[in-house]
Ligand binder design. Structure first.
Ligand SMILES: Nc1nc2c(c(=O)[nH]1)N[C@H]1C(S)=C(S)[C@@H](COP(=O)(O)O)O[C@H]1N2
Ligand SMILES: [Mo]
Length: 321
């Protein structure tokens, strides 16, 4: 992952949406029963998974100190190498005829309930969708705050009903070189692949996102289903998942396969463990403070230490980066 300075137009300060404004909008939509109208307003091509909307705000994950990044920036400043390596490539390239509905995802491996299921049916089985505002930190030392809609990964795991031998969960993302120009190049080994240890996957923070800001997740953000693990670097968040496989051994994720010295399996946000080529002590806040963003200190486990530190007790976090 190469660092690139953003163009000024990518980061207008005015693009930051105050949280209050968007919460008011949600309240208005709720009281007027305009959830369906909000869906109709979603731009063409952004109608991935519509089950579960409008979503309910989960008050446990709405820290008033977090100011969500604007919808515009979250959906136009992306990493999705299947659609190009520039931050501004995925939005246009993932919306040139790539179809993310209908979509089938397969649950397989060491489980009692293997199934191939339509993404909308899965959301319905999971009891619909909720909204959580999470910090987001990329390994490239930039950050956002994102209101995700979706469901806890633990619900999906309980539904899959793992056998005792299942120790890891893996996420295989889509493979369609006809629709994804990046997959016609050797930028990465395709399909993009990620994994979690079972106890990490069962943590309440682990989430499958189907939406952003109360709207179906746009293609460029990983429609219709993408992983969200807010205490880890963004490359763990596999997009556009087609297979969830329960396995016994630690898998080799895509970026670790590319460059194991720089990208590991755990990828926990840690200001004390630098990337070999740059410091992780601080991060650029996208959309805040003008063209280059405000810098802020990076928090241990991206601010989720209380929820996840126990998963790594006794582990050497320098070795297990
Ligand atoms: N399939 C796939 N998933 C992916 C990536 C990718 O290139 N392909 N990039 C990862 C990286 S490095 C980051 S930072 C996040 C970016 O998510 P966003 O574009 O929604 O901000 O997606 C992750 N998931
Ligand atoms: Mo990233």
């Amino acid at each position: 992952m190469h660092l690139r300075f953003p163009k000024a137009w990518e980061l207008p300060e005015s693009a930051a949406t105050p949280e209050s404004a968007y919460l008011n909008r949600r309240a208005i939509l709720k009281t007027l029963g305009l959830g369906a109208a909000a869906l109709a307003l979603a731009p063409r091509g952004l109608r991935a998974t519509t089950a579960g909307f409008p979503t309910r705000v989960n008050a446990d994950y709405r820290d008033p100190a977090l100011k969500p990044t604007s919808y515009e920036l979250i959906t136009s400043y992306n990493n999705f190498y299947e659609f190009g390596t520039g931050k501004e490539d995925p939005k246009p390239n993932a919306n040139r005829g790539w179809k993310t509905e209908p979509w089938t995802v397969e649950l397989t491996g060491l489980i009692n309930n293997p199934i191939k299921i339509d993404a909308n049916d899965l959301v319905t089985k999971m009891g619909g969708a909720e909204q959580r505002v999470y910090r987001f930190r990329c390994v490239e030392a930039w950050s956002m705050v994102i209101p995700w809609d979706g469901f806890p990964l633990s619900k999906l795991i309980k539904f899959a009903d793992p056998k005792p031998e299942a120790k890891f969960v893996t996420f295989t993302t889509f493979n369609d070189p006809k629709s994804a120009p990046g997959q016609r190049t050797g930028a990465l080994d395709w399909p993009y692949f990620e994994g979690l240890r079972m106890d990490e996957a069962m943590n309440d923070l682990s989430f499958i996102a189907t939406g952003i800001y109360g709207r179906p997740i746009p293609n460029q953000n990983g429609a219709p289903l993408r992983l969200v693990v807010p205490w880890k670097y963004g490359f763990k968040y596999g997009k556009s998942i087609v297979k969830i496989d329960f396995v016994a051994k630690e898998p080799v994720n895509t970026w670790k396969a590319m460059q194991a010295r720089e990208y590991g399996f755990y990828a926990n946000v840690n200001p004390m463990v630098d990337h070999p080529r740059w410091s992780q002590a601080s991060e650029r806040v996208i959309g805040a403070g003008g063209a280059f963003g405000t810098r802020q200190k990076t928090l241990m486990f991206n601010g989720y230490e209380a929820q996840v530190a126990g998963l790594y007790r006794g582990m050497d976090l320098r070795r297990n980066y």
